[in-house]
Design a protein around this ligand. Sequence first.
Ligand code: AMP
Length: 585
Amino acid sequence: MEYTQLIVMMLWLTKKKARKHMQTLIGIDLGTTNSCVATMKNGTSTIIPSSTGARTTPSIVAFAKNGERLVGQPAKNQAVINSERTIVSIKRKMGSDSKIKIDDKKYSPQEISAMILTQLKKDAEKVLGTEVKDAVITVPAYFTDSQRQATKDAGRIAGLNVVRIINEPTAAALAYGLDRQEDQKIMVYDLGGGTFDVSILEISKGVIEVLATSGNNHLGGDDFDNEVIKYIVNELKIKHNLNISSDPQAKQRVREAAEAAKIELSKYNKTEILLPFIGTDKYGPVNFESTLTRDKFNEITKHLVEMTKGPVMSAIKDAGIKISEIDKVLMVGGSTRIPAVNDLVFGITGKQPFKGINPDECVALGAAIQSGVLAGTVTDILLLDITPLSLGIETVGNHFAKVISRNTTIPIKKSQIFTTNAPYQSSVIVHVLQGEKAEANLNKSLGKFNLRGIRRAPAGVPQIEVTFTIDVNGIVNVQAKDLDTGKRQEITLEASTNLSEAEIQNAIHDEMDYEEKEAIRKQLYEKKEIAMKLVEQAKAKMKENKSSRKQLKPLVSKVEKSLRSNDEASIILATQELEESLRKF
Ligand code: AMP
């Protein structure tokens, strides 16, 4: 009770502070395959369409050969012919130190994600007609600290103030539960493009409390696609003795055909996979044709569907409830449209999953509601989220000492006293870990720091207090203090995979630089378009009115020359001259 009051107080304070400086807030579902943006409009959470008019934006970035950057549908459209410079599923790499090399520049996953966020921000600004600075971004509940930190950094690079990171299933529950006041326990089963999350939540009198969460950060629709790809590659080998492993274009076409077949099999019992001219064999071009049945698809992807069972059972157990107590099952993420997934969930819970919410949009809608809570426009809902993984430190003998257990409500602060294990140590290394394994090295390392200057004493005498704080975004801060000398060391964890402040600043600078160049490039492009149209008009006029030739021809040549020079000032000048002359005829 005391704790709930504290959270209500904090929420009230945050709201008061938030109202002062926040303008238009948006909620962003930054998905593996697709992203989606929403905002609160007249008290209702509403999807903001993309620049192409779609309600979701493919999470794809491409670097065209001319240096242009494409994001979303335009990037997806050219993926087959430019597969090596097209980046998909970057979310899977968030929180890792992998880099994507394009020409001579290496991009971090944060920078690529920032490019997607920049596009979403721009689209939202166009629709809302106002600058957007603040955003709530969702992450899979099962994201580790480094993955959350990386998401926040991506937001910063895109010029967004990330006011809150919330868990995707929690956002879905918010979208579902906003106007539902009756008490109920719900299970959110979220299988997207790259991640799987399952959460058990309780909705009671406007309070949405997450009881437990579990999942797998590396399981999603992409894995189902990969199984279909393997099937096609194998068929190509058997039927045509064709190996496409060194043909990026063919590989991309197979990938797209595999995903399309998978989606079709959610509706029909069989599908035709057609790949004309996918390669050549000794008889000439190979046209691949194959029928994939839903039964075969279920057989080759059964292990993936089954892999979601463990986390579901573990979340139910951690929530301390019986399966029969679940009132409703919400399905979130595109991959929950796979019939076998639906069957598995029905098999476990005995409940037909609720179909009343759109699995592609509900996460963004929930994020917008949370943004409304923060801005003070939504007042009748309170969210109590949890930390998905246990936190602690490494102690002697490769042991993991947990300080905060998984599924603890956040924000939280918790301390534990540790001591030294060697005589007269003057410093200790605090190695912070996240995970559930008893052996330290099997958990995710969040970072190490050194507490120096402790009073030299026999082993076991010094008292080192280690305090963990998890904020509302699920981001961890650790402090170690020698209770004897009062020496303390504090860090917001920066795992080795995270970007340093200098790297973030560089990336912000690069992004702004790109945006400026892009604006100049667009302006030049528009001026060139106008000039080219005018040249066409002038040429038509010269055909129609021969007497105009003498005056117009040199001016047309001048415009054409300026177009070749790419110099904006001379294009404008030459265009103006031609336009004025043209008016006379
Ligand atoms: P999300 O990250 O929630 O947008 O989910 C994207 C994933 O859902 C991708 O792997 C899609 O291929 C997959 N998906 C979308 N629609 C369907 C469908 N009808 N059947 C099976 N998978 C789908």
